[in-house]
Design a protein around this ligand. Structure first.
Ligand code: PEP
Ligand code: MG
Length: 743
């Protein structure tokens, strides 16, 4: 079936429909307003090149190409794209596309590529995201689908794959055909702040089509909504010189009259509605999202959603020494840098940008990327948080300030300035950095029950350790850091690169155990359902499972792919050998004593001395809770209750399924009974107990657990302070009751 309707697909279909279509399908499933459409699957492309004999022509050209020779690269790219565009599509595919288009109602559509590798970080400027707007008529749709296929071979896409060791033969592309929204207004929304990660929703809006934002040619309105305080915090009206709109099937530029140029695009009410949709999306994906939206006839549509991959931890502050503020704009990429200004008005000026210079321009273009790499910071006149300069500089890790309006006029060639990419400020001269941290340290309340913190981003460890002053890490989820590697763990192993993989794990783990030393850090071995690995290189080999939540994950997987378990244990061993013994090793999704025994055997096999560290298990299944005595018999130092999974498995409620989310309840008596049983038996057997699921951040649940005698609770970083207060209060109450003879 080359054609799938968007409402039929979800994230499990990613390998065949690509990231964009899978996301749109997910959004439809959770009830969001998404324009109708269908997807031509990735198999169709492969089918096409095979059947028309292009496979034998394309790959030999690519495989003998030296991509560093720009001329050769351009010629090869042009040749391949021409071959694709000229070849006839197999009839069955064409017929299905035509039929589906007719079903859509012969309307204007947007045709976009949906690359199967698109969700990889860095890929957003790899040129794999061709978009054709205002496409009308069957013939044109068929032609544009071919053009999207061809876009897999733009010079940038080819170069990117070679640089990242992707095999050309392995990549494919799907194509989304979707009803065009004739936007009166449109824009982007980051559900959390894209630079700092704070729970602040940032919306950019323009009149007409949103493409004006991405190209950076229009400075959008910017609205900031504080999701903690539940209020609109900032409204910045941008200068929108023109809008892009559809006229007679063409995208045209319409100058906005003097009245509309500085007119506010969204009302407060529209902002609140958007935030509401954004929160639903973020909750669904469990991660901050970068959402594209549009308004037609007063109705908001969600056009796309992607995870935000650019949130950075910011540690340094600037102290104004000699610097005077020269200019302000939007802080689009964090970091502080100083250097000599080089104003670039056209491509001919690019060569004057040397290593360490500050590149100042109206708006960057893809051709400027090499110069952007050389620059120590980037400043633009135009653009918002999602313009080219902002996206690329965040991905390059170069500080940037965009939308300053007149940097190219104010900043003069050769002058030294300092750019603060977090706050959006340009200072004159060199401004010193102050090594001070930007958070408050609260006076520590001492509790008998330890209050620990959950962590998944190693680079945040130092900040979290200082900011929360937690008694250790009760759960270090390594999934996040593994998903951040450039390929699937088993691919490292299959490629004979296990030592490299161990080194990467060790380095990231060390950031956490070092930041908290000598407080304990409980490292959990990998537990990510197969669907979450699929976008990684090598992830295409992940099995497709009917229900990944009940499937190939956690310790059951690692005992089959035992080389991977060994690699994790060897990384821990390196830390122990270095003297970091503040470690607890924790295995997830346990259901039998056999699993505990086997995992310990593997640890011993790689020479990991379990006498030097602690060894424990997650209690996440009713099975583990009901046979806890047998698990203790195997020799464990601690258990940590994973209430997220324990709830889903006890109540038969898939935690990812929105349809039954109302039934998901960690406080259900059945769940609480299992937890109580575990704590009681562990206390008798002198095994340490803790909780690290979401319920460990709920004050009412924590109060009950402290009464049950739990030894520690592990909360999310933002909840540690509150939970510590709750724990202290309950402990005081218990002491008083004891003194007064109630207990
Ligand atoms: C849990 O299941 O409660 C838990 C902490 O693990 P995760 O949320 O990573 O599945
Ligand atoms: Mg779990």
């Amino acid at each position: 079936m080359p054609i799938l309707w968007l409402e039929e697909v979800d994230r499990n279909d990613l390998p065949i429909v690509g990231g964009k279509a899978a996301n749109l399908g997910e959004l439809i499933r959770i009830g969001l307003p998404v324009p109708d459409g269908f997807v031509v699957d990735a198999k169709s492309f492969k089918d096409f090149i095979e059947r028309v004999g292009l496979k034998e022509k394309i790959y030999p050209i690519l495989n003998s190409l030296d991509v560093e020779k720009t001329d050769e690269l351009n010629k090869a790219s042009e040749k391949i794209r021409e071959m694709i565009e000229r070849s006839e599509m197999p009839k069955e595919i064409e017929i299905e596309i035509r039929e589906a288009y007719r079903k859509l109602g012969n309307v204007y559509v947007a045709v976009r590529s949906s690359a199967t590798a698109e969700d990889l970080p860095e890929a957003s400027f790899a040129g794999q995201q061709e978009t054709y707007l205002n496409v009308f008529g069957e013939d044109e749709v068929v032609e544009k689908v071919k053009k999207c296929w061809a876009s897999l071979f733009t010079p940038r896409a080819i170069y990117y794959r070679v640089q990242h060791n992707f095999k050309h033969e392995n990549v494919s592309i799907a194509v989304v055909v979707q009803k065009m929204i004739n936007s009166e207004k449109s824009g982007v929304m980051f559900t959390s702040h894209p630079v700092t990660g704070e729970k602040k929703c940032l919306i950019e809006a323009v009149f007409g089509l949103g493409e004006a934002i991405v190209s950076g040619s229009v400075t959008p309105d910017t609205y900031v909504y504080d999701r903690m305080k539940r209020k609109i915090e900032e409204v910045k009206v941008g200068e929108k010189k023109f809008m892009l709109t559809r006229k007679d099937g063409k995208t045209v530029k319409v100058d906005l009259g003097s009245e509309k140029v500085n007119q506010r695009v969204l009302s407060d009410e529209e902002i609140l509605k958007l935030v509401e949709l954004g929160e639903v999306i973020e909750e669904h994906y469990g991660k901050p999202q970068d959402v594209e939206w549009a308004v037609e006839n007063g109705q908001i549509y969600i056009v796309q959603s992607r995870p935000v991959t650019t949130i950075k931890e910011e540690k340094k502050e600037v102290e104004e020494v000699e610097g005077k503020v020269l200019l302000k704009g939007l802080g689009a990429s964090p970091g502080i840098a100083f250097g000599r200004v080089k104003v670039v008005f056209g491509l001919n000026d690019l060569s004057k940008v040397e290593n360490g210079d500050i590149l100042v321009t109206t708006m960057t273009t893809p051709d400027m990327v090499p110069a952007m790499k050389r620059a120590s910071a980037i400043v633009t006149d135009e653009g918002g948080m999602t313009c080219h300069a902002a996206i690329v500089s965040r991905e390059l890790g170069v500080p940037a300030v965009v939308g300053t309006k007149n940097a190219t006029k104010v900043l003069k060639d050769g002058v030294v300035v300092t750019v603060d990419g977090s706050r959006g400020i340009i200072y004159s001269g060199k401004v010193e950095e102050k090594e001070e941290e930007r958070f408050e340290i609260y006076p520590q309340i001492v509790t008998a029950t330890e209050v620990k913190v959950n962590l998944s981003v190693p680079d945040a460890a130092e900040k979290v350790a200082k900011e929360t002053n937690a008694d250790g890490v009760g759960l270090f989820r390594i999934e996040h850091m593994i998903l951040g590697l450039d390929k699937h763990p088993m691919k490292f192993i299959k490629d004979g690169e296990v030592e490299k993989y161990i080194e990467l794990l060790y380095r990231e783990m060390k950031k956490v155990v070092k930041a908290f030393y000598p407080k304990p850090v409980w490292i959990r071995t990998l537990d990510a359902p197969t669907d979450e690995f699929r976008t990684m290189i090598g992830g295409e080999e992940e099995p497709i499972e009917p229900n990944p939540m009940l499937g190939y994950r956690g310790i059951r997987r690692d005992l089959i792919e035992v080389e991977h378990l060994k690699a994790q244990f060897r990384a821990v061993k390196k830390l122990v050998d270095e003297g970091f013994t503040n470690i607890g090793l924790m295995i997830p999704l346990v259901i039998s004593a056999d699993e505990v025994r086997k995992a310990k055997d593997v640890a011993r096999e790689v020479g990991l001395d379990l006498g030097k560290i602690k060894f424990g298990i997650m209690v996440e299944t009713p099975a583990a809770a009901l046979i806890i005595e047998d698990l203790i018999e195997e020799g464990i130092d601690f258990v940590s209750i994973g209430s997220n999974d324990l709830t889903q498995y006890t109540l038969a409620v898939d935690r990812n399924n929105q349809l039954i989310a109302h039934l998901y309840d960690e406080r259900h008596p059945a769940v609480m009974k299992l937890i109580e049983r575990v704590i009681k038996i562990c206390k008798e057997k002198k095994v340490e107990t803790s909780i690290c699921g979401q319920a460990g951040s709920y004050p009412d649940v924590v109060a009950k657990l402290v009464e049950m005698g739990i030894d520690s609770v592990s909360a999310n970083p933002d909840a540690v302070r509150k939970i510590r207060e709750v724990v202290a209060k309950v402990e005081k109450k218990l002491i008083l009751e004891k003194v007064r003879g109630f207990r």
